[in-house]
Design a protein around this ligand. Structure first.
Ligand SMILES: [Fe+2]
Ligand SMILES: [Fe+2]
Length: 172
């Protein structure tokens, strides 16, 4: 029997839509945090939200670094742009690592979340205004990259959930 040609599922998302959707989701979460910051007695809610922000960003930066960035770097002639993105990711990771060790109410907690949000805003703007248009022009196979990224994303989310459950179990 002839092997069916693999084709992307209907409604499959290309790489840029996946990343842009993530950006919107994270932006909403930072806005929610801002609202929490302006009211009292919501440390529990804050902590849960920041945990979600950190998880989202960790998965997002990994699919970019492991799949999207290498493909774009190879396809466009702009190492400076890609290097800057790497450095911005490194800065975000540093703040995320600090926040993961902190609790709401700790010294500089709110400020770290706010600065992380501002840094991400700046980074997202560069991706969406500069990197994504260049990637589109370079005629990358954005559908194939998208499929790969979605698969990786699901793996990372599953392993994130598993390690979070383990952490909880060891605390209990
Ligand atoms: Fe990024
Ligand atoms: Fe991004």
């Amino acid at each position: 029997m002839a092997q069916a040609k693999p084709k992307s599922a209907p409604g499959a998302k290309d790489a840029i839509s996946i990343l842009t959707e993530d950006h919107k989701k994270v932006k909403t979460m930072f806005t929610d945090f801002e609202k929490l910051m302006n009211s009292e007695d919501n440390d529990e809610e804050k902590g849960a939200l920041v945990e979600k922000i950190c998880e989202e960003l960790t998965v997002h930066t990994q699919i970019e670094e492991q799949i999207f960035y290498p493909a774009v770097r190879a396809a466009i002639d702009d190492d400076n742009l890609m290097d800057e993105a790497d450095v911005e990711h490194a800065g975000a990771k540093e703040l995320i690592a600090q926040l993961e060790e902190m609790e709401p109410g700790d010294d500089h907690y709110d400020a770290k979340v706010t600065v992380l949000g501002e840094n991400i805003d700046h980074h997202v703007k560069e991706e969406q205004d500069e990197m994504f248009p260049k990637a589109k022009k370079a005629k990358l196979d954005l559908a194939a990259l998208g499929a790969q990224m979605l698969e990786r994303k699901q793996e990372l989310q599953a392993s994130g959930r598993a390690s979070a459950a383990k952490k909880k179990a060891s605390v209990a």
